[in-house]
Design a protein. Structure first.
Length: 226
């Protein structure tokens, strides 16, 4: 049986850059400010994140936001770290589910069952992603801002690395070569399907089509599960 190579969130070196918090109430206030920043991103866009607007949304004095974050860039950076921490559990759950399917495959060598398990996990993943539209808006806001901000671009790669390595590890455990390339193709497909479901309801994209697309991908030479 292949050895699991799970990439834990704390291995990604995600660090807050604002003023450190030591007391519980201080951390709670900082987190409320970061949560308010994310709310503004969803409602108004990342460009509307300002000390004054965040303070109003978080219902804290303006001095509180500037105390923890001396610049807007620092606030946006830490909001992304906070967002990543809040959303990492779903990636880890998806990874655990995939490894359970792989362990079953290693016991029974049933390719059909493995394909069915993977299809179910991937469809469930997309369903969960599109149901949390606010989180996807935040994610895409950071993605776009990363094109303008070199430091944020580097930070944005960390959660992508978490997802990519989880998929690479699965392909390696399956005994397939070019695990990195396979992971990139699968991730690209997942992101595209999520975006279509959320932004083009008139395009005819629905979960039945999503399942059909993923089923075709799993049956093709990319996965060699036939």
């Amino acid at each position: 049986m292949q050895t699991r190579n799970t990439l834990a969130l704390d291995q990604l070196n995600l660090q807050y850059t604002g003023r450190p918090t030591k007391r519980k109430d201080s951390k709670e206030r900082r987190d409320s400010i970061l949560s308010a920043a994310l709310t503004i991103m969803v409602r108004d866009g990342i460009r509307e994140v300002r000390h004054r607007s965040v303070a109003k949304e978080a219902q804290v004095p303006l001095s509180a936001t500037t105390y923890y974050f001396d610049t807007i860039e620092c606030l946006i950076h830490d909001a992304f770290v906070y967002f990543t921490e809040q959303n990492a559990s779903h990636v880890q759950l998806l990874e655990r589910s995939a490894w359970i399917a792989l362990e079953e495959f290693e016991r029974h060598a049933d390719k059909k069952r493995l394909k069915e398990d993977l299809l179910r996990f991937l469809v469930s993943h997309i369903e969960n992603q599109v149901q949390d539209k606010d989180a996807r808006i935040v994610e895409w806001s950071f993605r776009q801002e990363a094109l303008r901000n070199e430091k944020l671009a580097e930070l944005y790669q960390y959660p992508q690395l978490l997802m990519t390595r989880a998929i690479e590890s699965f392909f390696t455990g399956l005994g397939q070569d070019k695990a990195q390339e396979r992971a990139q193709i699968l991730l690209g497909t997942l992101y595209h399907l999520e975006y279509q479901l959320l932004t083009n309801p008139w395009s005819g994209t629905d979960m039945q089509l999503v399942e059909s697309v993923l089923s075709a991908l799993l049956a093709g030479p990319l996965f060699e599960l036939g």
